[in-house]
Design a protein around this ligand. Structure first.
Ligand SMILES: [Zn+2]
Length: 104
């Protein structure tokens, strides 16, 4: 009987210890995740105009300063687009549409 109590105490303390460890890990991980998530939202929401080489969305002609939702690499340029649809449309025939992008 005494051995049983000692064993269960031992198991209990091991569980408590392991719980404490996993909590620490979980806290550290969630803190890391929060940082990454914050970074992601800032990069996902908008692309800086300085990051792209075109002045205008080549598909719809909208100036990139109005907001860039997506970008595409074409030849040596990074092109900004107002929407994914505009990017996809451009990529169907990039050569014909490149002039409209007004590369800086
Ligand atoms: Zn557009």
């Amino acid at each position: 009987m005494k051995l049983q109590i000692t064993t269960s105490l031992l198991i209990l303390s091991m569980v408590i210890l392991s719980c404490g460890q996993s909590n620490d890990k979980a806290n550290a991980t969630s803190a890391d995740t929060n940082q990454v998530a914050t970074m992601d939202t800032t990069t996902e929401k908008t692309y800086a105009v300085s990051l792209v080489n075109n002045k205008k969305d080549p598909t719809c002609g909208m100036p990139v300063t109005a907001g860039i939702s997506d970008t595409a690499h074409y030849e040596k340029n990074v092109l900004g687009f107002c929407s994914v649809e505009c990017k996809n449309e451009f990529l169907k025939n990039p050569k014909a549409n490149l002039a409209a992008a007004e590369i800086k």
